[in-house]
Ligand binder design. Structure first.
Ligand code: 13P
Ligand code: SF4
Length: 354
């Protein structure tokens, strides 16, 4: 990266001292990660943001829903900053408040709303988190989805309970089927673009998991063919993928887990072992560099960055830090108090999961 920008970022961060705390998601560019006080998966970063009450500014190098969650979990006088406001998440955008409210009406009409608990993936807007909190549900991340689902199923009458999982159909399906013994037939997909979600009342009554029709376009690129290809190319390779991948990819993999899990698995892997990783490319490249004694490759042949994560780059970080050091608060992310109240309820339920 540009040495001049590196020096400016260092100088601005030094001027701010303890007033600023920089969080970096594992999918961020190396040039940004270099300035992170802490790195983590979405769960760890949500917890770490809440654990820094003395920092006046939380600079969140990640995407919009993460910064919103940090604002919800931090005190009102702490300011959460997203270095580029265009760093959204296409999956989070796949569920709007209006669509989810309509879905709940559809469930009510089918007579199943009162036995359904919403479980919203962290990758959702504050509005969706508030909906979840209002209806007695919880947030989950890829590192606690199973515990969240077990908790949710335990909230409703034995045998009759259902979960509305949103917005990532893959994380919901993978967790229920791969980790909890549900069958693919227990899951139905609610399509917000079709009348009644494209489902009959009978289908909704029979389902255990009602999955929102959302997905991650980055992880959606991995296919069964990518797994078969890499196994043919590298004999003995361990295939390790993120649970946002499609069900057939997860079923064909050796290990599945969140970004933090992926990092720990590679730390524990023996020298000389081979790994094909199905997650965002910045992280895979960083892991390959950090473990020269292991063969670490990207699962697919074509490259696959998360374009919105990549919007946060060194020039944006420098601009952000220099503005803050000059007394100008830029790109603040705020959630309105009413939304925050219910969204916090759902996030705190997640933090309280056993
Ligand atoms: P985790 O960091 O929780 O594994 O999530 C990955 C992701 O896609 C974040 O957008
Ligand atoms: Fe969203 Fe996928 Fe990017 Fe994660 S990797 S921020 S889910 S688009």
């Amino acid at each position: 990266s540009d040495p001049d920008l590196v020096a400016r970022a260092r100088a601005a961060k030094a001027r701010l001292g303890d007033r600023v705390f920089v969080l970096g998601h594992h999918y961020q560019r190396d040039e940004v990660i270099e300035f992170a006080d802490v790195t983590g998966d979405s769960f760890k970063l949500a917890r770490d943001a809440a654990a820094r009450p003395q920092a006046e500014f939380i600079v969140f190098c990640g995407v919009h829903f993460m910064a919103e969650s940090a604002d919800i979990l931090t005190s009102d006088d702490q300011r959460v900053i997203l270095p580029d406001l265009a760093a959204g998440c296409s999956m989070a955008d796949m569920a709007t408040a209006e669509q989810v409210a309509e879905c709940w009406d559809v469930l009510a009409e089918a007579g199943v709303a009162d036995v359904t608990v919403p479980v919203a993936y962290m990758n959702s807007s504050a509005d969706i988190k508030a909906f979840t909190g209002r209806h007695g549900g919880t947030i989950c991340t890829s590192s606690n989805a199973r515990r969240a689902l077990e908790w949710a199923f335990g909230q409703r009458p034995a045998g009759g309970g259902k979960v509305l999982f949103l917005p990532d159909q893959h994380l919901g399906r993978n967790t229920a089927v791969r980790e909890m013994g549900y069958s693919l037939e227990d899951c139905v997909v609610y399509n917000p673009h079709k009348p009644n979600g494209g489902l009959s009342a009978g289908q909704l009554r029979a389902a255990k998991m009602i999955l929102w029709r959302g997905h991650c376009s980055v992880h959606g690129r991995f296919s069964l063919e990518s797994v078969e290809d890499v196994r043919a190319r590298i004999p003995g390779v361990n295939v390790l993928v993120h649970p946002e991948c499609r069900n057939e990819v997860v079923a064909a993999a050796d290990l599945v887990g969140s970004t933090e899990y992926i990092i720990k698995a590679l730390d524990a892997a023996p020298a000389g072992s081979s790994w094909a990783i199905g997650t965002e490319l910045n992280l895979v490249r960083r892991l390959a560099k950090a473990h020269p004694d292991k063969q670490i490759v990207f699962l697919d042949k074509t490259v696959c960055f998360c374009s919105t994560m990549n919007r946060i780059d060194l020039p944006h970080l420098v601009w952000t830090l220099e503005s803050l050091a000059d007394g100008k608060v830029v790109n603040r992310i705020t959630v309105d108090p009413e939304t925050e109240r219910f969204a916090r309820r759902a996030l705190e339920q997640m933090l309280a999961l056993p």
